[in-house]
Design a binder for this molecule. Structure first.
Ligand code: MN3
Length: 255
């Protein structure tokens, strides 16, 4: 056998193997090859065609939040649940292009104009993008800024009061949903922090929720976020979750 007769099939196979490897890496990272160039949280800038969204790569490994959140929960949550919301959102938007190419935030702020499927999946994408960024390995998340602490003390009395109010709101959210610390304005236009909870994948940006505001902290209390490790003990999950809060990100969202 000469080298020449072998070289073509080999090259082809090598290419194929390389392609498979790229596909597997993308699958591990929870992103589809076609999504690699798309930016998360905003639609692609193509002049024509529907908005298209993609997951941002996780800023840490699946096991990085252990022992608070186990690697298996993180992997399924990110690469199955979150990816599912993104896939469904893109499918819905491709099927109905009547609203044009709005950003994710613009869509949420006018979500009453959309179908329930868009509401659930656009909310699911936004909420999880925020959730992943709002966490960091234990001991790596920094601490609340002085400005944030001062605002928390003004609005809740103490940091512990804010924490227990948020835990209580998240704990008493019946079924699936989210607990939130949001930034709002009081009647005189002054900054004010508040605690709220939303069902399903709703969030405080949506024009049809009762208490609107800018999300500063969002904690996922769907069972898929904690059930493998904490079983039915949502309270224990919520208590431990504070150990993985990324305060650098929370501080940034507050300012
Ligand atoms: Mn979730």
């Amino acid at each position: 056998m000469s080298n020449n007769s072998n070289s073509k099939p080999l090259t082809r196979r090598e290419l194929l193997e390389a392609g498979v490897a790229i596909g597997s890496l993308a699958a591990l990272a929870g992103i589809l090859p076609g999504d690699l160039l798309a930016q998360s949280g905003s639609s692609t800038t193509t002049a024509q065609g529907p908005a298209h969204f993609a997951l941002t790569p996780l800023p840490y490994s699946f096991s990085a939040l252990e022992p608070v959140i186990d690697a298996e929960t993180m992997e399924i949550h990110y690469s199955k649940h979150h990816q599912g919301y993104v896939n469904n959102l893109n499918k819905e938007l491709a099927a109905d292009t009547s609203k044009g190419n709005r950003s994710l935030e613009q869509m949420l702020e006018s979500i009453s104009q959309y179908s329930t499927a868009v509401r659930n999946n656009a909310g699911g994408h936004y909420n999880h993008e925020l959730f992943w960024k709002s966490m960091a390995p234990v001991g790596k998340g920094g601490k609340p800024s002085e400005a944030l602490l001062a605002q928390i003390e003004a609005d809740f009395g103490s940091f512990d009061q804010m924490k227990s109010q948020l835990n209580r709101a998240a704990l008493s959210q019946f079924g699936s949903g989210w607990g939130w610390l949001i930034l709002t304005e009081d009647s005189s236009g002054k900054k004010k922090l508040a605690i709220t909870a939303t069902p399903n994948q709703d969030n405080p940006l949506m024009d049809l929720v009762k208490e609107r505001g800018k999300p500063v902290i969002g904690v996922d209390v769907w069972e898929h976020a904690y059930y493998l490790k904490y079983r039915n003990n949502r309270a224990d999950y919520l208590e431990k979750w504070w150990q993985v809060v990324n305060w650098e990100e929370v501080n940034r969202r507050f300012t």
